[in-house]
Design a binder for this molecule. Structure first.
Ligand code: OAD
Length: 262
């Protein structure tokens, strides 16, 4: 991106009173949480999505699926929010209407200080009964599962005795309705829409930028690499979220905007 384009972006962001941000796995990459599709390090490079992230996979082999999600939950529990999480949390002070939508199932935005996060793909911390949907509370502490996971028998629902499943959205399942409606509303009514650390390959989340464009928002992508969707954005910033967001926010809102809220 040229410096005059960057200046244009800074000026437009400074004027904005409503900003919507969509984040993906790349946002947590600097906290050492693996992404899905990055070559060599992405989870879907090593594991088969059909064995682990569909309702059929859980029916077929519940302990394989539960153990894999417990391994991922352990990774998140050991991780800390990174500079991008902290920078985003400070924006709440500067933008009157800020909506944060994430595809991530970790809780690093929450722990980084953001509030009111819309989790489009569910959360590792919200398992529920497959049958009666009663929420299940994980035992305290970090699950003890080896790297990559191992079979772990899922717990049983205290209300009806059926299996508990991970609280995430699997392929073939609809997104939670209220969250999706809130996301579409926020994308369709913002002045600036950021898409950060996502390959923009998974629908319907990837269509949110179209809602934002349709409503005349300025659209900005931040990604380590160029993506197939660069052309959908007015500005495509190439770089690590943990470096680019503090830099951009400092340029727009001043030095304070990159430091965590007290
Ligand atoms: P992907 O793994 O598809 O994409 C991650 C993106 O982050 C890639 O485009 C990377 O280039 C970029 N990236 C990596 N490190 C970065 C960094 N430090 N800063 C900025 N960008 C970085 O992950 P998602 O797009 O989130 O769904 O994947 C979408 C959905 O597919 C996930 O929510 C999950 C997955 O299957 C479900 O589990 C339902």
């Amino acid at each position: 991106m040229s410096s005059s384009e960057y200046e244009k972006l800074i000026a437009a962001a400074r004027r904005a009173t409503s900003v919507t941000v969509l984040t993906g796995a790349g946002f947590s990459a600097e906290s050492r949480i693996p992404t899905f599709r990055d070559k060599q390090t992405g989870l879907w490079e090593k594991f088969d999505v059909m064995d682990l992230a569909t309702p059929q996979a859980f029916e077929r082999d519940p302990s394989l699926v539960w153990g894999w999600y417990e391994w991922r939950r352990a990774l998140v529990k050991k991780a800390q929010p990174n500079a991008a999480h902290r920078a985003l949390a400070t924006l709440e002070k500067y933008v009157p209407q800020l909506t944060l939508i994430t595809q991530n199932v970790d809780d690093l935005h929450e722990r980084g200080g953001s509030q009111g996060i819309i989790h489009l793909h569910g959360s590792l911390e919200r398992p529920r009964c497959v049958h009666c949907e009663e929420p299940y509370a994980h035992p305290e502490g970090i699950p003890d599962v080896p790297q990559g996971g191992a079979r772990v028998e899922p717990p049983r629902c205290l209300a009806c005795g059926c299996r508990v499943r991970p609280g995430v959205v699997w392929f073939g399942e609809p997104l939670p309705e209220l969250e999706w409606l809130a996301a579409v509303t926020a994308a369709s009514s913002c002045e600036v829409f950021f898409s950060i650390g996502t390959s923009s390959l998974v629908q319907p989340a990837a269509s949110l930028v179209e809602h934002a464009r349709g409503a005349g928002a300025l659209t900005v992508q931040v990604n380590l690499n160029s993506t197939d969707c660069d052309m959908l954005f007015d500005f495509a910033i190439q770089g690590a979220a943990g470096e680019e967001l503090p830099r951009l926010f400092r340029a727009v809102w001043g030095a304070e905007a990159e430091t965590p809220r007290s």
